[in-house]
Design a protein around this ligand. Structure first.
Ligand code: PMP
Length: 405
């Protein structure tokens, strides 16, 4: 049973006041809040388990190693990877994409092409630009239309060059909420022999990706957007790709043998996990995944889609308010502007009323340039939000309009 008042009690932060008003947290696209079980998993690790993993014979080290590796197994099961060693712990989505982009130089020559989409977060643009600068490869962009949806006919044309070696595209856009047709895009990339990386940062809070069904080569995401802690994320990679890619960083843990003449690499996943990892937060990501499964992804989606429909209807009734992005095939994100008012000013007034929204370019400047705007106000909803909170947002926007127009 999905009982919203009980669910809200799981998140201690939600009961606090901000600027003297009850917190209305609509910045879930930036980071989600954390349930008590996740906070407890982190404290428990430091209270009773803390030890370095993988190298100790002593009991605590073994308990810590088991907890960390069992979290990896939970993540494997969650995304339906074939093997736990295809699940690499990283510092986040950004870390995961940089790992792939850095090693991918081995497979490129000058003139090869890398495709990103017009909807990407800077994290899925800049690493590929760095790679192009290093290799002489060329970055090309899959364009979008006025609805904020990718134009697949243009994607086909770009793939037809025969030079594309990598496609990097997000599953869901953080700026507009667009759900991209990634299954189709993955098939098309493979038809021309290109690899494809999916940036799943905005998808994992809302759905359970099945990497085998999708058949993507890489899938990257961050724990902190899905009820988990900051500073940890996941790179899923198909085994054959992870075998071929060179190590990203050198150090302890990632080697088999080191001599001054040369070194050999540890087996997967350790080849990509140099140094002491973020053990506590890696374990807590497993707890976050358990928590989301206890709520149920069907329940999560149902609640979020109801909130999206309700908020879309209410906000559409506000004169001068323009929502950017598609009407369908989108997640629980509303990116909007109000005629003649800067998004930052709306965000500041909402903040005074305890309402947390994001304003600005959302690390997707090309999306803003496409619409010729400096930024938007973005309200992003999670399953623990309520319609009453949306009413407060709407009242806040009306007030901001009265004050600023
Ligand atoms: N890609 C997308 C689509 C995102 O929304 C984000 C986070 N805003 C990132 C990548 C980067 O994630 P992180 O900062 O956790 O590495």
């Amino acid at each position: 049973m999905f009982d919203i008042s009980n669910i809200r009690k799981d998140f201690p932060i939600l009961s606090q006041q901000v600027n003297g008003k009850p917190l209305v947290y609509f910045d879930n696209g930036a980071t989600s809040q954390k349930p008590q079980v996740v906070i407890d998993a982190i404290s428990k690790y430091y209270e009773v388990i803390n030890a370095n993993i993988h190298r100790g014979v002593h009991t605590l080290s073994q308990i810590a190693t088991d907890a960390y590796e069992s979290s990896r197994e939970k993540i494997r099961a969650h995304i339906n990877a074939s093997h736990a060693h295809e699940v690499i712990f990283t510092s986040g989505t950004t870390g995961a994409i940089n790992l792939v982009a850095s090693g991918f130089s081995e497979f490129l020559k000058a003139g090869d092409e890398i495709l990103v989409s017009a909807l990407e977060h800077h994290s899925n643009i800049v690493p590929w630009q760095l790679l192009c600068a290093k290799t002489g490869a060329v970055l090309k962009v899959i364009p979008m239309d006025e609805n904020g949806e990718l134009i697949l006919a243009e994607y086909d044309k770009l793939l037809a060059s025969g030079k594309v070696k990598m496609v990097a595209v997000n599953h869901i856009s953080n700026a507009l909420g667009t759900v991209n047709p990634i299954a189709e895009m993955i098939n098309k990339a493979h038809e021309v022999g290109a690899a494809i990386l999916i940036d799943g940062a905005q998808a994992v809070p809302h759905m359970q990706p099945d990497v085998q069904a999708l058949d993507c080569d890489f899938y990257a995401f961050s724990a902190h957007k899905m009820c988990g802690p900051t500073g940890v994320g996941i790179l899923y990679g198909k085994e054959n790709w992870l075998q071929k890619l060179p190590p990203y960083q050198g150090g302890g843990e990632m080697i088999k043998e080191v001599t001054f003449e040369g070194s050999t690499w540890a087996d997967l996943p350790h080849k990509f996990e140099a140094g002491t990892p973020n053990i506590a937060d890696g374990i807590a990501l497993g707890t976050a995944i358990d928590y989301m499964h206890d709520i149920g992804f069907e329940n999560i989606q149902k609640q979020e889609m109801e909130l999206l429909a309700y908020a879309t209807e209410k906000l559409s009734g506000i004169e001068g308010l323009r929502i950017f992005g598609p009407k369908e095939r989108k997640t629980s994100v509303i990116s909007f502007n109000i005629d003649g008012i800067h998004p930052y000013d709306i965000g500041t007034i909402l903040d005074k009323m305890g309402v947390a929204v994001r304003t600005g370019h959302h690390c997707a400047q090309p999306v803003m340039s496409f619409f010729c705007i400096p930024g938007t106000v973005r309200a992003s909803f999670s399953f623990y939000n309520t319609k009453e909170e949306i009413d407060i947002l709407v009242a806040g926007i009306e007030k901001a309009k009265r004050m600023l127009s």
